[in-house]
Design a protein around this ligand. Structure first.
Ligand code: NDP
Length: 257
């Protein structure tokens, strides 16, 4: 059983209906947090809430398109009403639809920048306003990607949105330290989720080649990322802010053939 280092803290996880966000929501609950699970529609996150409640945890499911400012404002108000002001925000919701540069549409560019990057601004602003008013400090964790640092062909919009997330992390961290709010980023390597499975099915990603390119010779698990979230949100990371933690089985460090 996880030690309840986050007992009674209010956590909000975007993109909590599946994949990495689902793993993070379950881990935060096991650590004692009360968790608002956000997906595009509330019903998409309902089974995660059922899982958490079956384990004795407290969670709610809410629908919110994170790129929509009015929806974000309403969602954070609802979370505050139902659970209390947010202590921990995990900006995890994201999309990845690779397109070659010469065929890339404006819609592809806009959707990545809106859902992956603008949402981090909107949700962090809403959360940090609550943290400042409550006066207890807080923690924002942005899920970036190693492709924010490493260039991957055919993913200009995705890579750029994730690079933005990393730099937004630094700017928000230095601006909000005075409110005792820490802002950090986790940059996962390849993690086996539906997003990756879909890219493999569409022939846009070669799973075996990725495993061969990774020094640990495997893709990561959602638990690998959830463990990093618990560390950053926990009491042991109190002096850590503005930082990006790569969790990638050695992918970024590797520089050989
Ligand atoms: P999935 O595709 O499995 O899940 C995406 C989640 O984001 C779903 O919960 C989905 O909700 C939600 N979402 C998508 N669009 C919106 C939106 N407009 N508003 C609100 N929620 C939305 O992704 P992963 O779990 O694989 O990835 C999670 C995060 O981790 C992403 O930011 C991704 O870029 C990042 N990442 C993933 C890696 C990987 O290898 N898997 C590697 C590096 C980074 P719904 O069910 O309602 O559609």
């Amino acid at each position: 059983m996880t030690t309840q280092t986050l007992k009674g803290k209010i956590a909000l996880v975007t993109g909590a209906s599946r994949g990495i966000g689902k793993g993070i929501a379950i881990a935060l609950s096991a650590a004692g947090a009360h968790v608002a699970c956000i997906a595009t529609k509330a019903e998409n996150a309902r089974s995660i809430v059922d899982t958490i409640q079956a384990e004795g945890g407290k969670a709610i499911a809410l629908g919110c398109k994170v790129e929509n400012g009015d929806a974000v404002t309403a969602t954070f108000a609802e979370v505050e009403k139902q659970l209390g002001p947010v202590d921990i925000l995990v900006n995890n919701a994201g999309i990845s639809n690779p397109q070659p540069l010469l065929k890339m549409t404006e819609e592809n560019w806009n959707s990545h920048m809106d859902i992956n990057a603008k949402s981090v601004f909107l949700c962090s602003q809403a959360a940090i306003r609550q943290m400042k008013t409550a006066g207890n400090g807080g923690c924002v964790i942005n899920i970036g990607s190693i492709v924010g640092q490493n260039a991957i062909p055919q993913t200009l919009s995705y890579c750029t949105s994730k690079a933005a997330v990393e730099h937004m992390t630094r700017v928000m961290a230095v601006e909000c330290a005075k409110y005792k709010v820490r802002v950090n980023c986790i940059a996962p390597g390849y993690i086996r989720t539906e997003m990756i499975d879909q890219l493999v099915t569409d022939g846009k990603l070669a799973a075996e080649a990725i495993e061969q390119r990774t020094p640990q010779r495997r893709m990561g698990s959602v638990e690998d990322i959830a463990a990093a979230v618990l560390f950053i949100a926990g009491p042991g990371a109190g002096f850590m802010t503005g930082e990006t933690l790569n969790i990638d089985g050695g992918w970024t460090a590797y520089g050989y053939l």
